[in-house]
Structures are given as structure tokens and as C-alpha cells.
Design a binder for this molecule. Structure first.
Ligand code: AMP
Length: 178
């Protein structure tokens, strides 16, 4: 499947969850087995020889793609979850949203020093979510090889913001919405 066909499987929902937001809905992508497989095979091609030790997925849509990639690569899958969901000893990072803040956590024993990871989420907007996860990965002395997304919204500058933290970005499709 070509990338422009993959892009067509993602539904645009205007004014969700707030007026002015163009919500890029990947639920329609994963309804299409050919599109879901295309995403995973492209991520596999990118990371097969990257010497990774683990995949880190972000709650909740990052679990779909990150979990499947980890399964296919036979790698450990680390969950970055919304605050209060992980039962054992955690570390957390808080980040800015458009209105207010949000907090993500990972289990302290989920990563070991020196491990090389890719962080996976469905969509890159400002990069604030992934930046928070990258800070946790680094606090555990693991290395962020790259952050991978199905969708990137270039006008929101996530690539530039993550670049300032020395985090490389890979995405499959771009939409020029702000
Ligand atoms: P950010 O931290 O600004 O990069 O925002 C990325 C997170 O918010 C991801 O977990 C996305 O799932 C979600 N998100 C932000 N903007 C959108 C959008 N326009 N459509 C769908 N999801 C979005």
C-alpha cells in the first residue's frame, strides 16, 4: 500500500474534542487489516536492524502500534501509562497540554541502563507527550534511538521541539493542519 492510500484510511473529524481541532482518527485505519499491516511492516523495515532492546508505547493509541511492533520484533514492550494506572513502583513526568497538564508514568523496573528504545505513539503534534516519555526513559539511563508515529502534523512543530532534545523523529504520513 502506498503512503497516500494509508493516509486516506485515517478519518478527519473536525472540531473534536474542541472547536478548531482537526482530529486525526486512526480507528478507521485499524479497521482496515491491510492498512494496519502496512504500518507495522514499514516500522519493522525501519527498525529491524537498529539493535533495539525495547519498544515504549504511549497510552492508549501508542499501545496498538507499539505493542504490535514489539510482538513482531520479539522485544520487551514498555507501557507509558496515564497517572494512577500502573500498580508497582513508578516514575512520572508532567507535561503541558493546550489547557492544563497531564502526567504519564512508567514502572521503574521496566528499563535498564544502556537499553536502546524506540518510543511509539499514533500522532505527533507539539511533541510534548513524547518529550515527557523521553525524559523518563533517560532518567532510567536508557537511550532513545528515535520516536515513531503513524501521523505527523508538521505545523505544530513537534519534530523541531523534539530535535531540541536530541530526539530523532520518524513518521509515515503528514497532514498540514494546525
Ligand atoms: P503532542 O503532545 O502535542 O505531540 O500531542 C500528541 C498526543 O495528543 C498524541 O497522543 C495524540 O494521540 C494526541 N493528539 C494531539 N493532536 C491530535 C489530533 N489533531 N488528532 C488526533 N490526536 C491528537
Amino acid at each position: 500500500m502506498e503512503l497516500h492510500e494509508l493516509a486516506e484510511t485515517i478519518r478527519n473529524v473536525p472540531d473534536f474534542p474542541k472547536p478548531g481541532i482537526q482530529f486525526k482518527d486512526i480507528s478507521t485505519l485499524v479497521l482496515r487489516p491491510d492498512a494496519f499491516r502496512e504500518v507495522i511492516s514499514r516500522l519493522l523495515a525501519r527498525y529491524a536492524d537498529a539493535g533495539l532492546d525495547a519498544i515504549v508505547g504511549i497510552d492508549a493509541r501508542g499501545f496498538i502500534f507499539g505493542g504490535t511492533l514489539a510482538y513482531e520484533m520479539r522485544l520487551p514492550f514498555v507501557m507509558a501509562r496515564k497517572k494512577g494506572k500502573l500498580p508497582a513502583d513508578t516514575i512520572c513526568e508532567t507535561f503541558q497540554l493546550e489547557y492544563g497538564t497531564d502526567t504519564l508514568e512508567i514502572h521503574r523496573d521496566a528499563l535498564k541502563p544502556g537499553q536502546k528504545v524506540v518510543i511509539v505513539d499514533d500522532l505527533l503534534a507539539t511533541g510534548g507527550t513524547v518529550a515527557a516519555v523521553a525524559r523518563m526513559v533517560r532518567r532510567l539511563e536508557a537511550e532513545v534511538v528515535e520516536a515513531a508515529f503513524v501521523v505527523e502534523l508538521p505545523p505544530l512543530n513537534g519534530r523541531k521541539n523534539l530535535g531540541a532534545m536530541d530526539i530523532q523523529v520518524f513518521s509515515l504520513v503528514e497532514f498540514m493542519v494546525d
